[in-house]
Structure formats: structure tokens, C-alpha cells
Design a protein around this ligand. Sequence first.
Ligand code: F6P
Length: 547
Amino acid sequence: MSDTPLLTRRPEWAALEEHRAQWQAPLRELFAADPERAERYVVRVGDLRIDYSKHLITDETLALLQELAAATGVFGLRDAMFRGERINVTEDRAVLHTALRAPLDAVIEVDGENVVPAVHAVLDRMAGFAGRVRSGEWTGHTGRRIRNVVNIGIGGSDLGPAMAYEALRAFTDRSLTFRFVSNVDGADLHEAVRDLDPAETLFIVASKTFTTIETITNATSARTWLLDGLGGDEKAVAKHFVALSTNAEKVAGFGIDPANMFEFWDWVGGRYSFDSAIGLSLMIAIGADRFRELLDGFHLVDEHFRTAPPEANAPLLLGLLGVWYGNFFDAQSHAVLPYSHYLSKFTAYLQQLDMESNGKSVDRAGRPVEWQTGPVVWGTPGTNGQHAYYQLIHQGTKLIPADFIGFARPVGELSEELKAQHDLLMANLFAQGQALAFGKTPDEVRAEGVPEEQVAPRTFQGNHPTTTILAAELTPSVLGQLIALYEHKVFVQGAVWDIDSFDQWGVELGKVLAKRVEPALTEGADVPGLDASTAALVAAYRELKEV
Ligand code: F6P
């Protein structure tokens, strides 16, 4: 057993508890007391301007949080990650997604071997293949040009490319159609391919392990669809299926030519993988040069996280703010609210990144934690959420810290009229941050002539903390910067909470049980040891199925 002090028994923790107990400064007062606050509480990294002035913090809060970070060894763990040490303790693996975006002359070793040349070799192969698909040189079995690309994968093998494809639509080749299939519900594949011509369709089967049941089931059905459509010639598979995986044996076993496999490595976690070969569909969509810009954006923030001083280190600051609310204000969730339609899948992507990483309840030594760990992450693009759940953030009983993400200029070939809507979009972002922070006092409500009995419901208490992340445009580089920012924020929180942010044992039990229950549904098989509730559900399902 580790003799590291438990987090909540550290003096730095006690100091924060004490600070929290005395906390009473409303944001209005904090801004009134410090005319520089709006400028001082801004951190810049790459193209991102990150404003954290609307947080329930003072310089003292930040100093105490920094002391906690130092005491909990955040920097040592960060450096160990970048060095390729096996910081994923339960799986005994290195955690090196940062190597995926390192420049060619970097040296990053795993077990004494520099992995950077292999990373670039795969990127070069991907670039060659993506170029051939984009130019029409790569043709399908019948000699027709590929017009449709269907990525089949789930979790990190789906969310990253699907999110980034949406985010960077303005940069995509519009003559190609992209679809992303993840759900084992047959409707997902059906809807994805029903209007496609098999002769023009390329399937990218993305699976780190190549054993994930949803992906293998969907890939098998896609193969049937393809062969049915092309007259059953098995040779067609070689022209219409490629694989992205760490498992060459399973890929070959599935019937995909290993020459059509793009490799990555066990030191890339699923939720940190879309800048590996898993990004092939995106590379086909935006081209290899734009993909490199994306990787360079990631790398820029990696370097910032690795080298910036603590007080100006953006992922560190955002991570610590999350600790402040989660552990000292009992905030249970965190909203991410992008004011960009192109980021419509960004929060869903972050859900896996954050919740699969930090949804843990034992520490790195296996001891139960006595403190809150990762928050529930949620949100949808503005302004839609304003007409749905923002009411609860403004006037509900829960404290929900939120991130606003917005851009100064719209991207894409929008008409002048649509471009002009951008100011209205951003006015909403700024207005929401203002209302959440500063609210509306009863006196302000009264001053509007509101009758006394209606003053309370129209009062906004304010003091809802938000971060505002601004950039000029949503480019590939900026997307890479944003993702790396959140990756490292999640890292910081996991390090403070002393949990392994890189395993996901919680996903396993459901997988095992689903395999056990399935025969009961398909064949009515007797599943020994099924609990009474599940057995009754299975019986009801079978009865309904027969009707
Ligand atoms: O959800 C669990 C998980 O292992 C994720 O971490 C991963 O991204 C996903 O399943 C898919 O796994 P694979 O890429 O091996 O198919």
C-alpha cells in the first residue's frame, strides 16, 4: 500500500477548505475592487484567449490551488507522461498521445525506442492513401471512383473523427460524402448506407483492439452489404475496406489485407487516438496538409502545457478551477457550450475524454477516494441551449460552472447575410456570460417597475462561474489547440485526484454481461445466475418480440 498522504489529509487541502469556508466575495465586488481583473485573469495559448475573470476566485484562491497542484505532484506526473513512462498503472502502459503530434525531429522513447519515426511513417502512408482517394486514383472494385467514406468505430474510434469532421466541414472536400457508424443498433448502418452506391463506398474500420463487438458486428454487416451490392466477389473487400488498429492479426482474421491497415500503438488511449491513424477519415476529408495543421495545433498546446510557468499554464488553470468547484463547492457537473454550429459534437467528444478518464473512485494505489472526482460533462451549441436548459443554470439550485467557446469570424462560404448573423450569435455568448456572472439584483428589478410579488422570480443571483475561450476562427490548428487544452485539463484533474485517468475498467463489466445475456434474447437460452429483475426483463422482451 502506498504511503502517499490521502488528498483530503494534505495541509494544502485544509487551506483550501478554510478559504472556501470564508468565501463570500460576489463577482460584482471582485470586479469593483480590481479594475484590472478582466485583463489580469486572461491566459493566452496559441490562438486561444482564455478569460477566467468570471470565476469565484481571488489571487489567494489561485495561489492555494497552485500549492495543491505542486503538493500532489502534477508536474512530476506531467513530465513522466511526456517522457513515455508507464503512468497508466493499471494497464502498465505509457501514455503518449503527445508523440502523435510531435515534429519529426523530436525524440520520444518507449522502452528505449524512439517512436517518432514510426508515427511519421504511418502519417505518410495515410497521406498517400488519403491523396489517392481524394484524387480519384484509388478506385473501387468495379473501377469507379470512391465518393463515400463510412467510418465504422465506437468510442474514441468514432467520436474524434466524427466530431472533427463536423468541426472542420468548411475545410472538407464537398464532393465526398462522409458517414460515421458506431451504434450496434442496425438502424445506424442502415441509415448510413441506404442511399449509397457500394461501388463508390469505402469503409474504414476503426478499432484499436479490433475486438469491440459493436464495431466488428457493424463491419461484418457492412461487408455483407458491399458484397451483396457488388455481386459477391470477395476480392472487392480489398478495394473497399481499410482498417485502423493496433491488432494486425485480428485485422487479417477479419479479411482485410494488412497492406490496407494503418497502425497505431498501445500507448495511445482510445479517447486520445483521433490524431493517430484513427483520423484517416478526417484526413481524407480535409487533406494531409490541413491534418498536419491540426496536429501542429495540438503540439503547440502540448509544449505550452509542458513548459509554461504554472501561473500562465492554461490547462493547469482550467483543471484547478474544476477542482475548486467540484471539491469545494460540490459542483457535480460542468457545461461546455460552444457558440459554433460546427462544434455540435464537441461536447459529446469531451464526455468520453473527461468522463471515461476521470470517472474513477479508487486512487492510483487502489484505495477508495474520499473526494469527488470527474464531473458530469454536458452541453450543446449556443444558442439552442439558451431556449432549453440555461434557465436551470441561471436560476436553479445547482452550481454549474460552464465554458463558453466562440470565434470572432465565421468560417465557410456563407452568404453575406448569414455572415452578418455571427455578431448576433456572439452577442448571445457575451450576454449569457454577463448575466450568469452579475445577475440582476432585486433593486434592479424593482427599478423597472416590477410589482413586488414578482421581484423574486425575476431576480438573478449571479455568481455563476464561466470561462470564455475566444479565437479568431475555427481552423484545423485551433481545433487541435482546443482538444489538447481539454486533454491536459483532464490530466491535471486526474493527477490532483490521484486517479488513473488512462484506464476504463468501468466499461468492461457491461461488455461481459451483454455477451452473457445475448443468447437468452436470441435463442431463449438459460443464462445461469441471471438476477431476478434482469430475468424478468428478458422474459418480457422475448414475449414482446414474438407478438
Ligand atoms: O469504451 C471503451 C473503449 O475501450 C474506449 O476507450 C475506446 O475508445 C472504445 O472502447 C473503442 O475501442 P476500440 O477502438 O478498441 O474498438
